[in-house]
Design a protein around this ligand. Structure first.
Ligand SMILES: *Cc1c(COP(=O)(O)O)cnc(C)c1O
Length: 384
C-alpha cells in the first residue's frame, strides 16, 4: 500500500525509541513516573459532568447539531470574553464552536493556505502548527523561540521573501512547551506585522486560564487592531480538565471565522450538543473550580522547580501553563530524557520533539500529584 505524499512528508515520530524503553521498563516491573503527558490528571468538576448527564437525556440532543455550534454555547463563550477581558463579541458571526481546538488549528489552514503559501509558526511548539500547513500544501516556516527573547519570536528576523509569501502566523501564549507568557507590547508588534504583510494571525490561547501568583495573561484580542487581522483559539480542555470531551472555540475576525466555518461544514457535523450543554455550564458557572485547579498546579510547580534548582538544574517558575521547561546539562535533550528514564524511571519530554529549536531543553508536565513529584525528585537526585 502506498501512502500519499502528505503522509510521507510528515515529520518523523521521534519518541519511538523512548516509547520502546518505557514499555520494556514497565515489563520489568519498574514504577514509572511520567511527566510527559500534557493532559490534566484531575477529573472534570462534578457540576459539569452532571450537566452532561442531563443533556444526554434530552431527545433534541440526539440529533445532528448545527455546524457552527449552539447559539447558547456561542453566547456563553462571548460572555466569558466580556467577563474576563471586557471584549465584546457577536456570538453569531465572531464565535464558532470547535470539536476541541486541535480540530480548528488543523482545519483553519484549509481556509487560507494555497500550495506554495507560507505559514509562520513558533518553534518549539504544538506539532499541528507544522503539520496543518503541510496537509494544506503550504510551507511551514519556523519562528524560533529563544530564551534570550523570553521565548517570544523575533518578527524582524523573518526573511522578507517569507513574510511576503506568508498567509498565516501561529502564536501561542501562555506557551506550550516553554511556559512563557506574552505582554500586550508583543501582541501590538504582531498586529503591525500582520497589517504590513497581510497575514492572518492565529493566537492559540489554550492555557489562558492556567496562570499563577495572581498573574492574568492578556488576550490577543485586547490589543487594538487585533480583530482586523486574526482570531483566538481556546478550549475547555485545560481550563476545566475536559481534554476527553473535545470542546473548544475560535473567536475574533468574522471573515476568518467564516472561512474556518466553511471548511468545517464540509469536514465535520459540529460538536455534540450534549457536550456543548456541559460546556455552557462550565463557562457560565462560578469559576471557583478553575481557581482550585490553578492552586494545585502552582503548588506542584513550586515543588518541582525548587527541587530541580536544588539539584543544580536550571529552570524558572513559569507564570502560566502547567509546564516546566528545563535546560539540560550537556544540551542533548534526547540523551538526558533517556538517562532519566533508564536510571530513575522518570519520564519527561525531550524538547527536540517540539521542533528543532526545542533542543537543549526538556518539558515536565505538572500532571502528577506532589507525592509523585517528591518521589521523582529523590530518584533524580541520585542520578543527576
Ligand atoms: C492542549 C493544546 C491544544 C488543544 O487542545 P484541545 O484538547 O484540542 O482543545 C491546543 N494548543 C496547545 C498549545 C495545547 O497545548
Amino acid at each position: 500500500m502506498e501512502f500519499a505524499e502528505r503522509i510521507k512528508a510528515l515529520p518523523p515520530y521521534l519518541f519511538a525509541e523512548i516509547d520502546r524503553k518505557i514499555a520494556r521498563k514497565k515489563r520489568e516491573g519498574a514504577d514509572i513516573i511520567t511527566f510527559a503527558v500534557g493532559d490534566p490528571d484531575l477529573p472534570t468538576p462534578p457540576h459539569i459532568v452532571e450537566a452532561c448527564c442531563e443533556a444526554a437525556r434530552k431527545p433534541e440532543n440526539h440529533r445532528y447539531p448545527s455546524y457552527e455550534g449552539m447559539p447558547a454555547f456561542r453566547e456563553a463563550v462571548a460572555g466569558r470574553y466580556e467577563r474576563d477581558f471586557g471584549i465584546e463579541l457577536d456570538p453569531e458571526t465572531e464565535v464558532v464552536t470547535l470539536i476541541g481546538s486541535k480540530e480548528g488549528v488543523h482545519n483553519i489552514h484549509f481556509a487560507f493556505v494555497d500550495p506554495g503559501d507560507v505559514v509562520l509558526y513558533s518553534n518549539p511548539g504544538y506539532p499541528v502548527y507544522r503539520t496543518g500547513p503541510l496537509f494544506a500544501g503550504g510551507e511551514a516556516y519556523p519562528m524560533p523561540l529563544r530564551k534570550e527573547r523570553g521565548f517570544l519570536p523575533d518578527l524582524e528576523a523573518i526573511p522578507a521573501e517569507k513574510a511576503k509569501k506568508a498567509r498565516m502566523m501561529w502564536i501561542n501564549y501562555p506557551n506550550n512547551p516553554t511556559g512563557a507568557v506574552a505582554d500586550k507590547g508583543f501582541y501590538r508588534e504582531v498586529v503591525d506585522f500582520a497589517q504590513d504583510n497581510d497575514v492572518v494571525v492565529c493566537s492559540d490561547e489554550a492555557y489562558s486560564a492556567i496562570a499563577f501568583d495572581g498573574y492574568r495573561p492578556p488576550c490577543f484580542l485586547e490589543v487594538e487592531g487585533a480583530r482586523e487581522v486574526g482570531v483566538v483559539l481556546d478550549s475547555l480542555s485545560k481550563t476545566y480538565n475536559m481534554t476527553g470531551w473535545r470542546l473548544g472555540y475560535a473567536v475574533g475576525n468574522r471573515e476568518v471565522i467564516e472561512g474556518l466555518g466553511r471548511v468545517k461544514t464540509n469536514v465535520d457535523s459540529g460538536a455534540s450538543q450534549i457536550i456543548q450543554e456541559a460546556g455552557i455550564v462550565a463557562l457560565t458557572s462560578d469559576q471557583a473550580c478553575v481557581r482550585e485547579n490553578v492552586k494545585i498546579y502552582q503548588e506542584r510547580r513550586d515543588f518541582l522547580v525548587e527541587g530541580l534548582n536544588r539539584m543544580g538544574l536550571e529552570c524558572e517558575k513559569p507564570r502560566a501553563t502547567f509546564y516546566v521547561w528545563m535546560e539540560v546539562p550537556g544540551g542533548d535533550s534526547m540523551a538526558f530524557a533517556t538517562r532519566l528514564l533508564e536510571e530513575a524511571a522518570v519520564v519527561c519530554t525531550p524538547g527536540v520533539g517540539f521542533g528543532e529549536y526545542g533542543e537543549g531543553y526538556v518539558r515536565f508536565a505538572l500532571t502528577q500529584p506532589v507525592e509523585k513529584i517528591e518521589e521523582a525528585l529523590s530518584r533524580m537526585e541520585k542520578v543527576v
